[in-house]
Design a protein around this ligand. Structure first.
Ligand code: AMP
Length: 372
């Protein structure tokens, strides 16, 4: 999960879809347990926010029930200052019924109090309130809330039916308002030998960004015979990817080491779908995001030539053996190349022609960096 933008505001992941499912299940169980056997309750959802919650709640409710929705509308009364509130949607006789109001979120409780008052005059047998979220710090009413899914702090939330100026209702999980991202974070992408390292070194100066090359960090650790180095060596020597868990933890530690950075150029990371997801989640926790993936596009035969040439001086064993080089391409084509789609789906993929002089390519990349 990553940061989302709705209109002018940014929101960071807050409560996952799975967690919501657990809360809704538990609410449905509690409500059922408190009802007399054979009682058929009427659930009344308060539109618009509760439509997803109500839909999931009644599916979790075991036993017969009825469901209806209402909306509180206000219209001008007879005098110009008078505002009259009334409910739209309930016409039937509710005498003797057990009514349970379903709310997505209760904050000050003002609207809920008005709705409650209207139902109180309808000769019900019982009137209860179940809410998915509750903000105890701002709730001002005496009203008793019978069922609370989860209490949350007083911050604006969206998703799972809740909106910000009508957007955001369709997200399956809950997001919380956050400050706008401050960093410029770029994934510099491309197959082995595309020139990522060379270009990152130039671009980090120009944009005052921290360059993290996972390959370089691994090589540094191998050279210094650290535990991480010993672990990574066997994979790297054969041109295989180092396992995700190891790589992701290392990357996080590198980012955390550079607190206060303007942003990062990620070079050689992410290389798998789960690395890309982990990166999004990790940045979202900080209220940050990937601005774009900038990819160097170079034909494969030219890449092999470049790598063999580099192998003459780089001292890298994975650059000298054509079999190992082929295996790195195989890893790239089967696990890494798909990331183009991952970022393209978010409109964050920018392809750049990686054939030409170093200066020309830097300029092409800079043109994209400037827009991000
Ligand atoms: P590079 O210097 O980017 O070509 O990386 C050299 C080698 O380091 C790769 O062939 C992998 O064995 C390992 N490596 C670097 N980055 C990653 C990553 N993100 N995931 C897994 N392995 C990696």
């Amino acid at each position: 999960m990553k940061i989302i933008k709705l209109h002018d505001l940014y929101f960071t992941p807050f409560i996952s879809k799975d967690k919501i499912t657990t809360i809704v299940k538990s609410l449905a169980k509690q409500v059922k347990a408190d009802l007399p056997k054979d009682e058929v309750p009427l659930f009344i959802g308060i539109l618009n926010g509760c439509f997803l919650f109500a839909a999931d709640f009644i599916r979790e409710f075991e036993g017969d029930c009825e469901v209806s929705f209402v909306k509180l509308a206000s219209y001008q009364g007879t005098t110009s200052t008078e505002k009259v509130k009334h409910l739209v949607g309930i016409n039937e006789d509710l005498t003797g019924r057990t009514v349970i109001i379903l709310e997505d979120i209760i904050d000050t409780g003002t609207t809920l109090q008005e709705i409650y008052n209207i139902f109180r005059d309808k000769n019900l047998k019982q009137l209860k309130i179940a809410t998915l979220f509750f903000k105890p710090d701002v709730f001002k009413k005496e009203l008793h809330i019978d069922y609370i899914g989860q209490s949350i702090e007083d911050k604006f939330i969206v998703g799972y039916g809740l909106d910000y100026n009508n957007l955001g209702r369709n997200y399956p999980s809950i997001y919380q308002l956050t400050t706008p991202p401050k960093m410029k974070n770029i994934v510099l992408f491309g197959p082995p030998g595309a020139g990522k390292g060379t270009q990152a070194t130039l671009l980090k100066e120009k944009y005052n960004l921290v360059h993290i090359s996972t390959g370089d960090v691994f090589r540094y650790n191998i050279k210094n015979k650290t535990e991480l180095g010993l672990l990574a060596k066997t994979f790297m020597d054969d041109g295989n990817l180092v396992p995700d868990e190891v790589t992701i933890n290392m990357l996080k530690a590198e980012v955390d080491r550079n607190e206060g950075a303007n942003g990062f150029i990620f070079d050689g990371f992410p290389r798998t779908n789960s690395q890309a997801k982990a990166l999004d989640e990790f940045l979202a926790e900080k209220g940050e995001q990937i601005n774009g993936m900038v990819a160097l596009e170079v034909p494969e035969d030219l890449l092999v030539e470049r790598l063999l040439e580099r192998g003459k001086t780089s001292g890298r064993t994975d650059d000298t053996d054509e079999g190992k080089i082929r295996n790195r391409f195989n890893e790239y084509n089967t696990k890494t190349a798909v990331l183009k789609d991952y970022y393209a789906q978010q409109n964050k993929y920018f392809g750049v022609n990686g054939v030409g002089s170093i200066e020309d390519i830097t300029e092409r990349l800079a043109n994209v960096f400037d827009q991000l």
